[in-house]
Write a protein that binds this ligand. Structure first.
Ligand code: NAD
Length: 478
């Protein structure tokens, strides 16, 4: 018997959760349910995180969390509970299988069978945002080596366990050479440890286009957080409906299982929603807790039900479907089919599907880190970069010289183009003259001088070399 935390969520959540639990219990799942309240009611009661502290205790104690979708109220500073849970609980891996059920569910892609393994904790989802000038707001994109290693290793171990042939990595490292560059580099490093699995890298834009057009060219796809969020919704939708896909959020200690779709408030309370997405999440949960036989039984009964043409409104199609049913009737049909297997769709066998056991991340020896310059960001409402350069050069001291100014990353001084549009957010790069070095004290001196010169500095970014290699981006056009 495994104790699990269950949250029924908002909108269609309670209906699809009831259907899901009814099915898995009828199939013999050995689970004990600890229910918590999360979502809209909790938000509107004044808790901006959508969850009470006692509920965190329940989630942490039970370690396995089955969650229905919730509604995040718009505005009012409410934080997404999904993102908070993933990050608080260290759920670094988001696994989203997206499979076509041709010819029973209408799709333009009959042979699609993709698993998207999305990094779940970092990237732009760190949610660190600041308004810095009248015109510019910044969001920090954070990519870490442990984050990359953990997710890439998970993808390869998953591929190995599931007998999948290929892992594809999508990044935009032609533009984000440092952040996406690290993800790609770690992918190449770890891929070498799995010579039996094919590996490839695509730039995300053309890769996404290819996936939407020819999904049969892909198998397992590993991606940074934001790209994975977008890509997995596209992948689920093109199999036939977002209502069909489930997702597992896996951490070293805890895990959360859910549908990939939201709470669809317009469909709530009408017994019409498709419970399949959450059911797919629950099946991944059963595999994760070692109840693989029950998981297999439910999945085969679910495939048989779809094959019988018993469909909820979202996948119902005259000609293909036999019977349009509501949430409850769909659940009843799956229960009736428990013990049966599909005859056209491929029946599953989950004998080898328990939780993956990955090695813990081992921190690498520290590199030799050397300060080689500083970027000082300035809020300035003028328009001529030459004027700004003259102003900013007044803060130079101790052989530390202004070497470049960029505006939104594009070099505008020296030798800028008058056509370049400039906003009020300027990066002024300072570097020591040849033969000299730069210290933290020099940086403080530059900042101190900028106060005297009435220059509005927003922030600084130190420029470092790691083991002698410059570890910062050049200005565009530099
Ligand atoms: P949504 O996924 O809830 O719904 C979009 C549309 O997809 C629905 O109108 C419906 O037509 C269809 N749909 C989705 N699930 C279905 C199902 N199971 N059966 C049949 N049709 C289904 O997206 P949204 O409308 O953008 O978001 C609604 C709310 O859900 C928002 O408050 C959002 O913040 C929240 N949300 C929650 C989660 C989560 O809890 N994991 C994820 C995404 C969105």
């Amino acid at each position: 018997m495994t104790k699990i935390t269950v949250a029924k969520g908002d909108g269609i959540g309670p209906e699809i959760m009831e259907a899901t639990l009814e099915i898995i219990l009828a199939a013999g799942a050995k689970i004990e349910i600890d229910e918590i309240e999360v979502g809209e009611k909790v938000y509107l009661a004044g808790n901006t995180s959508g969850i009470a502290s006692e509920s965190w205790e329940t989630i942490r104690r039970n370690k396995i969390f089955l969650k229905a979708p919730i509604t995040t109220p718009q505005g009012g500073g409410y934080k997404s509970l999904n993102v908070t849970t993933r990050k608080f609980m260290g759920l670094y891996s988001n696994v989203r299988p997206c499979m076509s059920l041709h010819p029973f569910v209408s799709t333009k892609h009959p042979v699609m069978d993709i698993v998207i393994v999305r990094e779940n904790e970092e990237d732009l989802y760190a949610g660190i945002e600041h308004q810095q000038t009248d015109e510019v707001i910044q969001c920090l994109k954070l990519i870490s080596r442990p984050g990359c290693e953990k997710i890439v290793r998970y993808a390869f171990e998953y591929a190995k366990q599931q007998n999948r042939k290929k892992v594809t990595c999508f990044t935009k490292d032609n533009i984000m050479k440092q952040t996406d560059g690290l993800f790609h580099q770690v992918f190449d490093e770890i891929a070498k440890e799995y010579p039996e699995i094919e590996n490839e890298h695509w730039i995300i834009d053309i890769g996404a286009a290819k996936m939407a057009d020819t999904p049969e060219a892909f198998d397992v796809i590993v991606v940074p957080n934001l790209y994975g969020d977008v890509l997995s919704d596209v992948a689920a939708q093109i199999t036939g409906s977002v209502g069909l896909a489930g997702s597992a959020n896996i951490g070293e200690e805890c895990s959360m299982f859910e549908a990939i779709h939201g709470s669809a408030p317009r469909r709530a309370g009408q017994n019409v929603a498709n419970p399949s997405g959450l059911l797919q999440g629950a099946i991944m949960m059963l595999n994760h807790i070692g109840q693989t036989e029950v998981a297999e039984k439910v999945q085969n009964a679910w495939l048989k039900t779809l094959e019988d043409g018993i469909h909820t409104y979202d996948i119902f199609k005259e000609g293909t479907s036999q019977q349009k049913v509501g949430t409850k009737e769909f659940a009843k049909a799956v229960i009736t089919n428990l013990g049966q297997k599909p005859s056209v769709l491929k029946a599953v066998s989950y004998a080898n599907n328990s939780a993956l056991n990955l090695p813990k991340y081992e921190r690498k020896p520290a590199a030799r880190k050397e300060l080689v310059g500083v970027d000082i960001f300035v809020h300035w409402s003028g328009s001529d970069p030459i004027e700004l350069a003259e102003k900013v050069q007044r803060i130079e001291s101790n052989g530390i010289k202004l070497s470049m100014i960029t505006n939104r990353g594009i070099k505008v001084w020296p030798d800028g183009f008058k056509e370049t549009f400039c906003t009020d957010h300027w990066r002024c790069r300072f570097k020591p003259q040849d033969g000299l070095g730069i210290t933290q004290t020099d940086v403080i001196k530059l900042l101190d001088n900028s106060i005297s010169e009435n220059i509005d500095t927003i922030k600084t970014e130190n420029l470092y070399a790691f083991d002698g290699k410059a570890a910062y981006s050049l200005g565009q056009g530099q």
